[in-house]
Design a protein around this ligand. Sequence first.
Ligand SMILES: *Cc1c(COP(=O)(O)O)cnc(C)c1O
Length: 408
Amino acid sequence: MVEPNSTTSGGAGPEVLPGAAPLRRQSWLPFSPPAVGQAEIDEVADTLRSAWITTGPKTQRFEREFAAFVGAPGALALNSCTAALHTALATLGIGPGDEVITTPMTFAASVNVIEHVGARPVLVDVEPDTLNIDPAAIAAAITARTKAVLPVHYAGHPVDLDRIGELARAHSLAVVEDAAHAIPAQYRGRCIGAGPNPVAFSFYATKNLTTAEGGMLTGEPAFLERARVLSLHGMTRDGWQRYHEGGSWFYEVVLPGFKYNMTDIQAAMGLCQLRKQEEFQRRRRQVVARYSGAFASDEAFELPVARADTTHAWHLFVLRLRPQALRIGRDQFVAELTARNIGTSVHFIPVHLHPYYRTKYGYRPDDFPVAYENFRRMLSLPLHPGLSDGDVSDVIEAVLAVASAHRR
Ligand SMILES: *Cc1c(COP(=O)(O)O)cnc(C)c1O
């Protein structure tokens, strides 16, 4: 069961006198604590008591069950989404002289992996509603050197896979999807990860499904077999194949591979988290419905969208402030929520603003005006299965109170 770190405070507490300062929530409401319970603790302990703690039977089972969950042709468990993205690009043979088109509205890992293989990241702007990479901008950025597109299903809203797929086919490009937020998102009735593209999922501590650290690469079995070798030192046999009963000591190194394997301790958590996904998603949707109901009619806010023919995974609830309705900006808004004990975050500082990318490629903030303008007015509200009804009320009350205090 979900054991929230947060303490319920909504409803309780002393009466507020009319005109008094807004009540501050008694305890800090963390932005995104992990929803880990007794089942995970028991399964991890079972692994620790067994004779096998690294990549082995539980990792294999987690791969099979994860593939079945999203309907993937195959799955390769790794130690992060970053590792999955890096392995996918390297397996595709992308390297120096190549270009990979991606979005600035992401965590830097999506772009760092392009640098890791020695290719050039080509950032293009996002669409104003979903903040996903803009297919028209991808089309305009394709050159003879373009080898792949790396779209991110931002906040859990699927990108326009049909339009990106058409461009990829027309120009012989690979599509490597960053699905760190997209468990379990759907595009035209199919889960993200169910198609032939290499798709990278994250099981980081704040994500919809967590193994503390971890990731999964889904895709075609033949592709994943090459990726598996590359992800473990370039060895033809992994530890389980060498050390378990009936195994053989012999292996060969056919490539200078990485060390990206998942452990059975992580897989133990993953197996439990997988079984809870339906319940987690139900709770996420209830929280989203309450936030949407509370903020929809307020001109100070722009709410997240869910386009037709998609199922949002609701990893994030990104609220955008409308500067024409408020006298304060996002930073002040966040500071006042923090003062009211509400934890928030910002997803993301666009990649082109970070010093490494800004300096190397000479980017200016306005180079991607949609990403930049939206970044300046966005904040992410707490959205996780451990939120109580009282916690949600506290967030709503605090957000409305801050807006009311600073209306134009
Ligand atoms: C979290 C995240 C990653 C990285 O995931 P790790 O599992 O921590 O490597 C990549 N892309 C996006 C969009 C993310 O949010």
